[in-house]
Design a protein around this ligand. Structure first.
Ligand SMILES: Cc1cc2nc3c(=O)[nH]c(=O)nc-3n(C[C@H](O)[C@H](O)[C@H](O)COP(=O)(O)OP(=O)(O)OC[C@H]3O[C@@H](n4cnc5c(N)ncnc54)[C@H](O)[C@@H]3O)c2cc1C
Ligand code: SF4
Ligand code: SF4
Length: 471
């Protein structure tokens, strides 16, 4: 039997659950129309901009973006209101993305919605819709400035996720290296979102050691958490949320910070209950006037025996294939090596190198200097898995700067062979700034090799063979 049709008077408003959201910025970076914004507390959706395309839903690691509340036209919650929330409003009926309700944005362009807005803050569902507005009504989005309170750059430019291209050569002409919304077909099924902010798992630190050379600038640490009797199954490529103690400048508990799992599914060092992280200490910058990072410093200073509240696990797409003939093309900078470390450990344990497989996989690993590369002492072990390891160093005295995209270009023939191979799975993880350079390099390499990069990229996305996690 068909479900009853919803009352025609209602619309659905796209909202983010602030109690679950880990503020990873994925939705804001993904949204093709710039409907997502944030302040230093919450990520929110502009009700008059979101068109319900759903592009942000699969990449969201927590599912917190998948909320569609039923409201009356003109009674949407403004972003100002959403930014004050600690949880979604009580007692409001939830819809689903595919429910046949119009989006609030459609109604927001009508005189009715504008009238409600001009009258003041919108109210929750349940109140009568306002009367038609005067033509001069000012919409809320004209009154609210763009939010960039963290000072991390301008609002994202709209990207053409499903469009038909503009010659830039990404998916549909995007200038971003978009990852897949699906996992590799052969990947194991991940467990996700078992533990929440309100009911976290409590893990215990069993190891905390520096994994960059003693003389390297900055501190990056290998931190191993033991979940003891609490089942916390993770797959390589997944991440967890860490809840540091204390409160933010609004007096509210710190939101969770996300960290990639750096160990394989069998646990760090063969201990099934242990999950490793690779954490870079975010130091205060007196020149920029920015404070030390809350969670990374807390974690990096923990001694063995300390308890750590953990959310998650997160992630259902950035996973490794379980097919024996799969090939991995991994591009990492800095702590972006964390998921690759987990995958390489999995390869070593469960997918032994076959004869003639010296370069079955390729890791392009970037950092400032050799000394600043986390886990540099494990490179030989990684090579023993049949992985060619190429480093790209950008701050070596008297040497030209070399970034991961330069290393890809220098190895163009091999990289072209990788991306042309339907068994190849591409993983890119690390600094946000690497994405564009890697995309440009892949596009150029594909072009020289006579490959149609937009078509190839699209096919890799469809098949869950390209995954990007930058932060
Ligand atoms: C998918 C994903 C995976 C990640 N994986 C890893 C990983 O494996 N390893 C890792 O180390 N990190 C990882 N991160 C980053 C991590 O989640 C944190 O963002 C990072 O550790 C910094 O958190 P923090 O609490 O220490 O810093 P925060 O306190 O969140 O501060 C972040 C930055 O904002 C600045 N800042 C804070 N307050 C202000 C203010 N009032 N004015 C101006 N500037 C301010 C700080 O100086 C700092 O530079 C990942 C992120 C994502 C999204
Ligand atoms: S549903 Fe589409 S338009 Fe709305 S926030 Fe998500 S990506 Fe943006
Ligand atoms: S957890 Fe989901 S809703 Fe929150 S910022 Fe990340 S992608 Fe957006």
């Amino acid at each position: 039997m068909n479900a009853p049709s919803p009352p025609a008077s209602q619309v659905k408003q796209h909202l983010i659950d602030p109690a679950v959201c880990i503020r990873c910025n994925t939705c804001e970076a993904t949204c093709p129309v710039g409907a997502v914004t944030h302040d230093d507390r919450n990520y929110v959706v502009k009700p008059d901009v979101c068109n319900g395309c759903g592009a942000c839903v699969p990449p969201c690691p927590t599912g917190s973006i998948d909320h569609w509340l039923q409201v009356l036209p003109g009674k949407t919650w403004s972003i100002e209101e959403q930014l004050t929330w600690d949880e979604l409003p009580d007692g409001v009926p939830e819809a689903r993305l595919d429910d046949p309700l119009p989006m609030a944005a459609a109604a927001a362009s009508t005189p009715t919605a504008a009238a409600a807005d001009a009258e003041g803050a919108p109210a929750p569902v349940g109140e009568a819709a306002p009367a038609a507005a005067p033509a001069s009504a000012v919409h809320w989005s004209q009154r609210v400035p763009e939010f960039d309170l963290l000072g991390d750059g301008p609002a994202p430019m709209p990207i053409d996720v499903f469009g038909d291209g503009d010659g830039l050569g990404g998916i549909g002409g995007s200038d971003r290296l978009l990852g897949a919304a699906v996992a590799p077909r052969s990947a194991a099924a991940p467990v996700t979102n078992t533990f929440t902010r309100l009911a976290p798992a409590i893990a215990r630190v069993v190891e905390n050691r520096r994994v960059v050379a003693p003389h390297a600038d900055g501190d990056v640490r290998h931190i191993v958490l033991d979940f003891g009797d609490t089942p916390f199954p993770v797959l390589e490529g997944q991440s967890i949320g860490v809840l540091a103690p204390g409160v933010d400048r609004h007096g509210r508990a710190h939101h969770a910070r996300q960290y990639s799992v750096a160990s394989p599914r069998d646990g760090d060092g063969g201990h099934a209950t242990r999950v490793a992280l690779t954490v870079k200490r975010t130091e205060a910058d007196p020149v920029a006037g920015t404070p030390a990072g809350v969670c990374s410093n807390w974690l990096c200073d923990l001694a063995p025996g300390a308890d750590v509240p953990v959310m998650g696990p997160f992630g259902h797409t950035f996973l490794m294939p379980d097919a024996p003939d799969a090939r991995l093309l991994m591009v990492a900078t800095g702590t972006g090596i964390a998921p690759m470390r987990g995958m390489l450990a999995r390869l070593a344990a469960r997918m032994p190198r076959r004869d003639g497989d010296a370069d079955r996989h390729l890791l392009v690993y970037g950092g400032r200097t050799d000394a600043a590369l986390p886990y540099a002492d494990q490179v030989d072990a990684w090579r023993a898995t049949g992985t060619a390891v190429v480093t790209a160093l950008s701050r070596v005295p008297d040497a030209p700067k070399r970034h991961v995209q330069d290393a890809l270009r220098d190895d163009a023939e091999r990289v072209a062979e990788f991306i042309a191979d339907p068994a190849t799975h591409l993983y890119v993880c690390g600094l946000k700034g690497m994405e564009r350079g890697v995309l440009d390099a892949l596009r150029a390499i594909a072009g020289v090799a006579g490959l149609d990069w937009p078509a190839l990229h699209a096919r890799m996305r469809d098949e869950g063979r390209v995954h990007v996690e930058t932060y």
